[in-house]
Design a binder for this molecule. Structure first.
Ligand code: ACO
Length: 255
């Protein structure tokens, strides 16, 4: 892709980069189309086990929809995959947002779409489109409450206030805070670690956690129980590695 979205394979990760620094990586219609293409390329690539989504430079992850080209979104408002490219889809594999600087509006919705959010210190999140009357249509109203709880989500959604990185970490909006310029390297480190785990089990546990949201507890437990037998062979092999003396004392367990 030679346009405003970069796609690069780094080890077991696919790195998707919004590259419009002159617009603080704001997304217009053509950029959204490329985001969708990049996502589909990641899904189709069996060797790409984790997606890292980021923005070029350190000033912004993404400042949301391009307010100077808002008309280019007209045809995309009801796109099945979501206006910003893939926000109405559920990735079959883990995803990490690597954030530096502004992570606003649709940009925050892209970050919320990801499983994990790693941000450089000094980053800022929020829904400033409140002041323009632009709605949240890339999953923000649904995903933010699931991540930080209804009370905190309504505060952020209704007020449009800016949320600093330290507060975002404290309320679980961010997974991890790292030093300036370290967001992509740390995301890649996490991606490599996730890619090294037995995949079938990790993907089954991830799918159960994602699909069970909104289900009554007994139905969620049934979903989880269904995956158990399917990956039991991997579990037996993993237990064998432990029994043989590998990975004792937590080595290799964390990221
Ligand atoms: N759309 C289009 N251009 C943008 C956007 C955007 N969302 N955000 C920034 N830019 C452009 C600016 O117009 C400016 O370009 P210019 O110098 O040619 O005018 C350049 O990026 C830099 O922006 P500045 O405002 O000069 O940079 P600063 O670092 O001071 O502020 C910030 C950055 C906070 C992101 C500010 O630009 C801003 O508030 N942008 C709008 C964010 C927003 O309200 N997004 C809602 C989008 S609606 C949605 O996503 C659903």
């Amino acid at each position: 892709m030679a346009g405003p979205v970069g796609y690069e394979r780094v080890g077991a990760a696919a790195v998707l980069t919004i590259d419009r620094p002159e617009r603080r990586n704001a997304v217009d219609g053509p950029t959204a189309v490329e985001l969708g293409e990049g996502y589909r390329r990641f899904v189709a690539d069996d060797d790409a086990r984790v997606l890292v989504l980021t923005g070029a430079g350190e000033l912004a992850f993404c400042a949301g929809a391009d307010l100077k080209a808002i008309e280019t979104f007209g045809p995309r408002l009801e796109a099945a995959e979501g206006p910003l490219g893939f926000t109405r889809l559920t990735s079959p594999k883990p995803t990490i947002a690597a954030i530096s600087g502004w992570c606003l509006a649709g940009g925050l919705e892209l970050a919320l779409w990801c499983d994990l959010r790693v941000a450089a210190e000094g980053s800022t999140m929020g829904f400033p489109e409140r002041r323009w009357g632009v709605p949240l249509i890339d999953g923000g109203t649904q995903r933010l409450p699931r991540i930080v709880g209804q009370g905190r989500a309504l505060d952020i959604i209704l007020s449009g206030r800016m949320v600093g990185a330290k507060e975002a970490l404290a309320i679980g909006l961010l997974t991890e805070l790292v030093g300036a310029g370290q967001h992509v390297s740390r995301a890649l480190e996490i991606a490599q670690a996730l890619a090294a785990f037995p995949q079938a089990t990790m993907l089954a546990d991830r799918a159960a956690a994602l699909q069970a949201l909104g289900l009554p507890l007994d139905e969620g437990l049934a979903l989880e129980a269904q995956a158990g037998p399917e990956v039991f062979g991997d579990a037996v092999q993993g237990a064998g590695r432990f029994a043989a003396g590998e990975g004792r004392g937590g080595a290799g367990a964390g990221v």
